[in-house]
Design a protein around this ligand. Structure first.
Ligand code: UDP
Length: 493
């Protein structure tokens, strides 16, 4: 009997940081495990420029056989949000809810309907529908095992412990893992009785009953946290299905037509000595205040290092302000208008400023790149590690502070910025940290360590590597579920 091909539907919630690892998972399942994959890309009503970035990502994936892409119609949820507190997470969740009927109708109308549904952290509201349709259900934590562990344990943390965390700044204790210090916590964990916290706990309860959990990490990077989430005596006892470490899934550099801007950046890099350029970028959504941006510019100048800096329009209150608008600043100003007077002229021999969006994967892989000032989004972290590039960790929002701690304290591949009491990171510190990563002899071990992790990440994904084997196991488990679910369907269960 020929085993039928498995068709998986994967949902990418809004945001480049969610779309990119989803597409990588889709590629991996089609090329290495023979799946057919439909990727649903949930979109917001954001600008044309955001759509341009999305289509760039899609162009890079369009030559992959077996991937079918469905872009959901954009929805506007702004009338449901508090204008004074427009939580990023809430906006994503509401957009997912609004897109649910469209996704369901698309799945129901497919000739070869998917038997597997994979959602990310923001897509758990689709899981009940998938169960009704007898699909196997998976959640893809496109992040590390430590954050996954904290999330899995969330429903079991008492209100008292949350209260001591929020009010007395006590760490949250997570079995088998490093505790979560107050300085690294998330908004969700310190506002325990608000709708955002309750919504997250409900989402985690859904996650615990799925057929499997996927994490974008690998055995040698986080052995203790992976042990905690997989072993029965620790956190593994809470999830119904197995937990698979399948990373590092990162964007690969593919030959493609480059834009004029991209050609300019890459040909400039070609002319620089090896490991001499520091790359600065704060992900698809990271922004900072005008004062902080100026301080960063002065710090960069003081460091006297070659650089490529992705510059965004400054925002005073919201560090994730560009999350839904990755293309251009909407105010019509050029990047030089946000920077100290004369900065661009003074540094013209040393570096380049790129407005809004740069070909990050290509820049990090380039031999001339020797360091990365990053907001510690998990995709950026993995891209840096897999390029053997040490980091200056400058976390801004979401779980990025946890990522910064992991990188600087556990893995030893980054140094971390420390804001003063006023919340600013000063120019002298910025210059000192950049120099530590780029030139200080004492910190050379960071570069050595990151290169070791690069090799171990590549090994994990190669044939018989831990992550490759883990995804093979997940594929086998999907086959078993396919048979069981079709039997259940026949019985009318
Ligand atoms: N990215 C890029 N060019 C940019 C900024 C970001 O290509 O100028 C890509 C980056 O390579 C990464 C993703 O966008 O793959 C950002 O994901 P991450 O998890 O680092 O951060 P997020 O944007 O989700 O905060």
């Amino acid at each position: 009997m020929v085993t039928p091909k498995i068709h998986a539907a994967i949902l990418a919630s809004p945001g480049m940081g969610h779309l990119i690892p989803t597409m990588e998972l889709a590629k991996r399942l089609t090329t290495h495990h023979g799946f057919d994959v439909t990727v649903f890309i949930v979109t917001t009503d954001s600008s044309d420029s955001d759509r341009t970035t999305t289509s760039k990502i899609l162009q890079q994936t369009s030559n992959f056989n077996g991937i079918n892409v469905v872009v959901t119609p954009p929805v506007d949820v702004s009338d449901k949000l508090d204008p004074n507190n427009p939580s990023l997470g809430l906006r994503i969740v509401l957009t997912m809810f609004e897109s649910l009927p469209y996704i369901q109708s698309q799945i129901l109308s497919m000739k070869f309907p998917p038997s597997v549904l994979i959602v990310d952290l923001f897509g758990t509201m689709v899981l009940p529908m998938a169960r009704d349709l007898h699909m196997s259900t998976y959640v893809f934590f496109a992040t590390n095992a430590w954050f996954s562990a904290v999330s899995i344990y969330l429903p079991f943390i008492t209100n008292e412990a949350f209260s001591r965390h929020a009010n007395d700044h006590e760490p949250l204790l997570i079995p088998g893992c490093e505790p979560l210090r107050f300085e690294d916590t998330l908004e969700t964990f310190v506002a325990p009785w608000g709708p955002i916290h309750e919504g997250y706990v409900e989402a985690v309860k859904e996650i615990l009953s799925v057929d499997g959990i996927l994490m974008n990490t690998w055995q040698d990077l986080e052995p203790a946290a992976i042990k905690a989430v997989t072993e029965n005596g620790i956190l593994g006892q809470f999830a119904k299905g197995p937990v698979y470490s399948i990373g590092p899934l990162v964007r690969t550099v593919e030959p493609k037509e480059k834009t004029e801007g991209e050609k300019l950046i890459l040909s400039w890099l070609d002319k620089q000595p090896d490991e001499s350029v520091i790359y600065l970028s704060f992900g698809s959504g990271g922004t900072m205040s005008e004062a902080q941006m100026r301080e960063l510019a002065y710090g960069l100048e003081l460091s006297k290092q070659r650089f490529i800096w992705v510059v965004r329009q400054p925002m005073e209150e919201d560090a994730s302000a560009a999350f839904f608008n990755t293309g251009k600043g909407g105010d019509g100003l050029a990047v030089v208008d946000y920077l100290p007077e004369g900065f661009v002229n003074r540094t013209s021999e040393l570096g380049i400023c790129v407005p809004m969006w740069a070909p990050q994967a290509e820049i990090l892989k380039h031999p001339a790149t020797g360091g990365f000032v990053t907001h510690c989004g998990w995709n950026s972290v993995l891209e840096s590690i897999l390029s053997g590039v040490p980091m200056v960790a400058w976390p801004l929002y979401a779980e990025q502070k946890m990522n910064a701690t992991l990188l600087s304290e556990e893995l030893g591949v980054a140094v971390r910025v420390k804001a003063t009491d006023g919340g600013m990171v000063c120019r002298e510190q910025i210059a000192m940290l950049i120099r530590r990563v780029m030139v200080d002899e004492d910190d050379i071990c960071m570069r050595v360590k990151v290169k070791e992790y690069k090799l171990s990440g590549e090994k994990a994904l190669s044939m018989f590597g831990s992550s490759h084997e883990s995804l093979c196991q997940m594929a086998k488990d999907c086959e078993v579920h396919l048979h069981l679910n079709s039997e259940a369907k026949c019985r009318g269960a």
